[in-house]
Each structure stands twice: as C-alpha cells, then as structure tokens.
Design a binder for this molecule. Structure first.
Ligand SMILES: C[S@@+](CC[C@H](N)C(=O)[O-])C[C@H]1O[C@@H](n2cnc3c(N)ncnc32)[C@H](O)[C@@H]1O
Length: 332
C-alpha cells in the first residue's frame, strides 16, 4: 500500500494553498484526487482546509481502493470509487483536481484539465525526474516533446517542461493555465495552476538557445525545451499562504513558505549560485549571498533567494550586471 511520509510537507503546502485560494472554513468547493492510494492527500485537504464541501477520491488498485474506502468513511463529504483516474468521472467539473501519481502524470493530464471548472485549480506532481531532468533525454523528448536541461538547473528545467506540457495540453482543449505556485523539491516537481477558458495571449513558452540566452548558465547542449518561461508564482496568492494549524511539518513548511514569499518578488527563469559564478568568473572567493542580493537591489534590480537551492538567487539583472557585481567583491 502506498503511503509516503516524506510527502507530508508537500501535503501541508496543498492544504495551505486550498485555504488561501478557496477560503478556509468555507466548505463550498469540490475536489477530486485522481490517484489517491490511501487517500491521505485528499482527505487531509477536505478535513484540514475545510474549504471543500465534497471530495471525490479515485484509485485503480483493488487493495488500495478498499483501504481508501475505509479511510474515507470517517470523513463527511468524502466519496471514493475504484476506477481508472485517466477517465474523468461524470460527477465533475471540480474546483480542484489533484494528480499525484507514481512517475509521470502525463497519462492523467488531459482528463484532469477537462475536469477542472474554469477558474479552478489543477495540481500536478511529477516524480519522473530521470526523464524531466535529462538523464533519459530521449524519453523526455518522447513523453513531453521537449529537450531537457542537464546539470544543476535541471530540476527547474524539468518543472518548466512540465508547465509547458500542461499549457500545450490545455490549449488542445481550448483552455489555458497560469501557475499559482510551482516548485522543485527533493525528488519531484509540483505545479498548482489555475485553469481557464483559453486567453488570446500566447503562453510564455519558448526554446532556450544557449548562444542567445542571457541568464544563468544552462549548458551548451541546447536548444532546450520548449520550456515555460513565465512566472512560477502568483505573487498575491503566495503572499496569502500561511502555515495550516494542522501542519505535519511545522518548521519545514514555515521555512519553505517564507522562502517562496521572498522568491515571488524576483520570479524570473533560473537562478545563479555564488560558488558557480565564482568558478565561471575565476574569482578567488565566492561573494556572500547577502552582499550579492544587497548590491543588485541597490542598483534597482529585483533579487531574491530561491527555494530551489540554499545558495541560489534569482534576479532580473542582465548577466553582465550580475558578473560585474560578483567581481566587485573580489579582494584586491
Ligand atoms: C503515488 S501513489 C498516490 C499517492 C497519494 N496521492 C498520496 O498523496 O499519498 C499512486 C497511486 O496511483 C494508483 N494508480 C496507478 N494508476 C492509476 C490509474 N490509472 N487510476 C487510478 N489510480 C492509479 C496506484 O495504485 C497508487 O496507489
């Protein structure tokens, strides 16, 4: 039976998002968890956010579906069904749909997008990081129709490939997606996106050509993508996220939320790391993160730490400015 305690902090974030987005203690919204296993994710959302009136949980495996039904029986508003989550139920559409399967979410995405009410939220986890982060490049091209980034920026590259994939699948159904909160964490990536009737504006999805790319080094094996190159966060919503009273990982979730709030002020694609910059510029001493952030902000640029790496920072400063600032701290 699948139950992963390492995802407890991840579920805390889902509860925080549901409370902020749908209103804690409103009990108005409807949800569907597509591949629910024991039901811990959907049932926590139903019970702890109190934003949902009803939550439907589906699970294909025989044994898991029986455990799911027993667990859900204790929670008013929860209903379960043993079924293939790739096929949306007729009881939709839902305000919130959560796709948290093993490995790739790709087989579930089309059905899930179609099952979200316009203005609702789709949450998607991908754990196939060998594929999304480029160890299995051919598989990434086949599964997501995108060329992955290798190296330290590869998890964020994978997240941006997933977002581009969601955007493409949504367009096929006359819909569009806009990220509310998307992040890389441990060995997975996760995106919460708002789903709407397609907007006329094109999606910020593009290929990165290393020769013309002006941001942090992504390697020279490009072109990379197509990648989502728009924001990862809806800054207003991220500003409203708060630690759920029921959080299972209090310290971890609080720290993560603080970091996301800071990061949403400099929500640009990819991040620099001081020691990597120092290596690329042949500096003797990597500049400290606070001094780099302070100097960039002092020049009027946005700059913030990122959840993706403890020593990473995002900035909208052009790369030559970042390099000049980094060099300015080199002891003479
Ligand atoms: C990673 S687990 C789900 C974990 C759960 N979301 C949580 O937070 O604990 C994936 C589950 O998807 C189920 N599954 C696999 N294929 C499925 C399908 N086509 N439809 C519904 N469930 C499926 C598996 O049996 C397994 O229990």
């Amino acid at each position: 039976m699948f139950y992963n305690p390492a995802m407890a902090g991840d579920r805390d974030l889902a509860v925080a998002l549901a409370r902020a987005r749908f209103g804690a203690d409103t009990r108005r919204s409807s949800g569907w968890e597509v591949a629910a296993a024991t039901g811990v994710r959907g049932l926590r959302l139903l019970h702890e956010s109190a934003a949902f009136k009803s939550f439907f949980l589906t699970e294909a495996n025989d044994e898991a579906a029986q455990v799911l039904a027993r667990n859900a029986a204790r929670f008013p508003g929860a209903t379960t069904e043993q079924r293939d989550g790739r096929v949306p139920p007729t009881t939709g559409p839902f305000d919130y749909v959560d796709v948290d399967p093993y490995g790739t979410p790709a087989p579930f995405v089309a059905g899930a997008i179609g099952a979200v009410r316009p203005g609702g939220v789709l949450a998607v986890t991908a754990t196939d990081m060998m594929v999304l982060a480029g160890v299995q490049r051919g598989a990434c091209e086949r599964r997501y129709a995108a060329r992955p980034i290798r190296g330290r920026l590869s998890p964020e590259g994978g997240l941006r490939i997933l977002l581009a994939y969601l955007a493409r699948e949504a367009r096929l159904q006359g819909r569009s997606v806009r990220p509310l909160l998307s992040y890389t964490r441990d060995h997975h990536v996760r995106a919460f996106v708002e789903v709407n009737i397609a907007v006329a504006a094109a999606d910020p999805v593009d290929v990165i050509e290393p020769e013309t790319w002006g941001g942090p080094s992504v390697g020279d094996q490009g072109p990379y993508g197509p990648l989502w190159l728009g924001p990862l966060f809806n800054g207003d919503l991220v500003g409203e996220l708060s630690l759920p009273p029921s959080a299972a990982r209090v310290k971890e979730t609080e720290t993560f939320l603080v970091r996301l709030r800071e990061e949403s002020d400099a929500d640009v694609p990819f991040y620099y790391e001081s020691n990597r910059l120092a290596g690329e510029l042949r500096l003797r001493v990597p500049p400290s993160l606070p001094s780099l952030l302070g100097a960039l902000r002092g020049k009027g640029y946005r700059a913030a730490r990122t959840h993706a790496r403890p020593e990473g920072f995002r900035t909208d400063a052009p790369r030559p400015v970042v390099e000049t600032v980094a060099r300015s701290f080199e002891p003479s």
